[in-house]
Design a protein around this ligand. Structure first.
Ligand SMILES: Nc1ncnc2c1ncn2[C@@H]1O[C@H](COP(=O)(O)OP(=O)(O)OP(=O)(O)O)[C@@H](O)[C@H]1O
Ligand SMILES: [Mg+2]
Length: 278
């Protein structure tokens, strides 16, 4: 299956909220992995089934201690837990001070997430820059989605970050703009700014700015979540993003070719069917 990395350039545009809502609506099995070195928000905002607190000792740091000999699905899932509502999550570090405990695990972790057999992985990578420790997770993703708002400063920082990120990442790129559903003009302006950069941004989505819906992912929700603009806008985004993530890219093909240089025996992925993602 595939790894999708969600990240931001600056500010708090709603990466964690987008990860939670997209994970809840994902059409295939999915693990939401908190890879934000600034510290976990999910452990604070969300609960386990029955309203029980989540176990903040089970997550990235316990995985780092256990996973030095390998990071198969079983090991990854043993350090994950379920949210009330059923979404599987890998809780991130408690605070930035715990980052040292990850050692050199970010790179193998990203590769393992991208190669899980039983689930896609949505990684909340928080704010990302060229020196960010979690950058290898972003680099391993099949699809990298930057989240911003439709404000001038958010777009300016996104532009700078994308311009630098293209030198570090060769995944497909997408952008989610979090904006009032009525502010389509503002969202169009963001697309114009990105068009003017002639950046290879293949996927563009508008997620509703919706404080009532977002409150459910902040531990403060009341009423019916399913009717909120946030859920309505995220339903289509989750379906489209999952479809993009399901299609192997030329990069996957090249990596597989490197791993299986000869496919004369018929073994290996070098078939048209595989290449086209059919
Ligand atoms: N789509 C949305 N509509 C309305 N409010 C939102 C939305 N997304 C996030 N928020 C609110 O904005 C605040 C920050 O959201 P969130 O934690 O998801 O951002 P973030 O980008 O992950 O921030 P950080 O970089 O600090 O981790 C929260 O109070 C959240 O409820
Ligand atoms: Mg966050």
């Amino acid at each position: 299956m595939a790894l999708v990395a969600l990240a931001s350039a600056k500010g708090s545009p709603g990466v964690t909220t987008a990860g939670l809502v997209l994970g809840a609506l994902w059409p295939r099995p999915v693990l939401l992995a908190e890879c934000d070195p600034a510290g976990s928000d999910v452990a604070i905002r969300m609960t386990a089934p029955g309203g029980q607190p989540l176990n903040s000792d089970r997550g990235l740091i316990s995985l780092a201690a256990a996973g030095r000999k390998g990071l198969g699905d079983d090991v990854i899932l043993a350090h994950s837990q379920q949210l009330d509502g059923g979404l599987d999550v890998m809780i991130g570090v408690r605070s930035a001070e715990q980052i040292g405990g990850m050692g050199g695990l970010w790179a193998p972790l990203g590769i393992s997430f991208n190669q899980m057999h039983s689930a896609d992985v949505l990684a909340d990578c928080g704010r990302i820059g060229p020196a960010s420790p979690q950058l290898p997770v972003v680099q391993a993703a099949r699809l990298v989605v930057m989240v911003c708002t439709a404000t001038g400063s958010s777009v300016a920082h996104l532009r700078e970050r994308l311009a630098s990120l293209v030198h570090h990442v060769d995944a497909q790129l997408g952008v989610i703009v979090v904006a009032d559903p009525k502010r389509r003009d503002g969202v169009k302006q963001v697309w114009s700014v990105l068009d003017a950069m002639s950046m290879p941004i293949q996927h563009r989505w508008h997620l509703a700015y919706d404080p009532v819906g977002a409150a459910f992912f902040d531990g403060r929700g009341h009423g019916r979540l399913d009717r909120t603009p946030l859920i309505r806008s995220a339903t289509d985004i989750a379906a489209e993003m999952a479809a993009v993530a399901a299609r192997p890219t030329q990069r996957d093909f090249d990596m597989a070719q490197a791993a299986f240089p000869q496919s004369e025996s018929g073994y290996g992925p070098a078939t048209d069917e595989w290449r086209d993602g059919r």
